[in-house]
Design a protein around this ligand. Structure first.
Ligand code: MRU
Length: 424
């Protein structure tokens, strides 16, 4: 059973809850979502707040929570007069109802700008709303419900297919190079079950490697041995979420900070340069690093890829080592066919205190301490920088397609043509 970020049901009662990822890995608690976006004191907790506040995160998960939040709000509006009235819906007039729903969806799309999946999902719902063959609120509700449920199922299947296609690319690459023995991989941010409907994209490929290409399972002269997840400052998705998922899946890994990759890689891949440093003896695996595998929040037409800040520098390091291939893994819902190149991707800037403050759990006797009042794990936010300083906190960066060797989607793995161009 993989970890579950999103729980949605349409019967007997419609409900949507999300794993509060602000509290992972300290505890697993789900929060109910009742609406698309906050509105006065009418709504309790909305999809917009869950996404913007990072309770749920990762491009595909954001899309799914957004679409299900639309379903939940529609259900409530159609069945609770006081709720619909307070939210300014006019359910007696279909055209007015649609206008208000579109306003709410447009607000939701603004919650996080870089990941295109949310906008792609919402825009598909907007085209259902524009479909003139649908003439009643209940038919519209049914269509949006089945669209969202299918999107969830398709996302899960896409992740499995991405895992298979990524595995194939890695096998073909190592076969072509006549590679033998163990290899390791590196990743950044969180791209696993918690960022998707389940399994994951980049982390899904790593799960496939562990399942089908480990020392015990390989049918080739090479095998996957180890993963290096980067901590992923400032929000620490790597240490809080990816490390948690890798541990849960029993995939061998060593957590590193974001400023360690070049030293680590040079030690692993050029040990002759580090003979006097004794570093390799302190690593749990000495397998050379052959693949850097990342997810994406938006891949544009030429293959430029927006992903968590720090991805670009990993791609630059990979270019210094001919043997390292840089892989971007994402479902088709992450491809933005309307944008030509990465220069036009809007990069989200996050609040400064996400960088200067850290939220952590108190430890007592090597266990997470429990807050005696709430019964929850006791969390505390601590400042890690002087007060009143200038801080810059872009959440994503863009990796140019020149630095990418392969883009893996659910359809196939795609490498560049002889002119260095991707055809997505
Ligand atoms: O800011 P986040 O945590 O939403 O960023 C997530 C990432 O950058 C992921 O790598 C990306 O969304 C791909 S998720 C499968």
């Amino acid at each position: 059973m993989s970890l579950q970020a999103i729980k949605f049901q349409s019967s007997p009662k419609v409900s949507l809850s999300i794993l509060n990822q602000l509290q992972v890995p300290y505890q697993s608690k789900y929060l109910n979502i009742d609406s698309i976006a906050p509105f006065k004191d009418v709504t309790t907790f909305s999809g917009y707040e869950a996404i913007k506040g990072m309770y749920t995160r990762g491009a595909p998960a954001i899309m799914l929570v957004g679409c299900f939040a639309i379903v939940v709000e529609m259900d409530k509006v159609l069945n609770d007069d006081s709720f619909s009235h307070a939210l300014n819906y006019d359910i007696s007039n279909y055209e007015n109802f649609k206008t208000r729903l579109l306003e709410r969806i447009d607000e939701l799309i603004q919650s996080r700008p870089t990941a295109v999946n949310l906008a792609n999902g919402c825009n598909q719902i907007k085209s259902i709303i524009a479909d003139s063959s649908i003439t009643t609120t209940s038919d519209l509700y049914s269509r949006i419900l089945s669209f969202s449920e299918n999107l969830y199922k398709e996302d899960f299947q896409s992740n499995i297919d991405i895992g298979n296609n990524g595995l194939q690319y890695i096998i073909e690459t190592l076969k072509a190079e006549n590679f033998k023995g163990p290899f390791s991989v590196m990743t950044i941010c969180n791209t696993g079950s918690l960022a998707t409907s389940g399994h994951g994209t980049a982390l899904g490929i790593i799960r496939h490697l562990n399942q089908y290409l480990s020392k015990e399972t390989t049918e080739y002269p090479f095998y996957f041995e180890h993963t290096y997840p980067c901590e992923t400052r400032p929000y620490n998705q790597g240490s809080r979420l990816t490390a948690y998922e890798l541990q849960y899946e029993k995939i061998p890994f060593t957590l590193i900070t974001d400023n360690m990759p070049s030293f680590l890689i040079d030690n692993l891949n050029r040990p002759e340069n580090h003979q006097n440093q004794h570093i390799l003896s302190t690593l749990s695996s000495n397998a050379p690093l052959r693949f850097i595998i990342v997810g994406s929040d938006r891949i544009v037409k030429n293959g430029d890829l927006a992903n968590k800040i720090g991805t670009f520098q990993l791609s630059l390091i990979s270019k210094l080592y001919d043997e390292i291939k840089f892989i971007g893994a994402a479902p088709i819902t992450t491809i933005d066919y309307n944008t030509e190149s990465g220069i036009d991707i809007k990069i989200e800037e996050r609040p400064k205190d996400e960088l200067t403050m850290v939220l952590g759990a108190k430890i007592e006797n090597n266990k997470f301490a429990i807050d005696s009042k709430t019964g929850d794990v006791a969390l505390e936010r601590v400042r890690m920088a002087p007060l009143d300083i200038d801080v810059w906190n872009p959440s994503f960066d863009v990796t140019p397609h020149e630095n990418i060797d392969c883009i893996v989607t659910e359809k196939s793995y795609i490498t560049k043509d002889s002119n260095g161009e991707f055809h997505l």
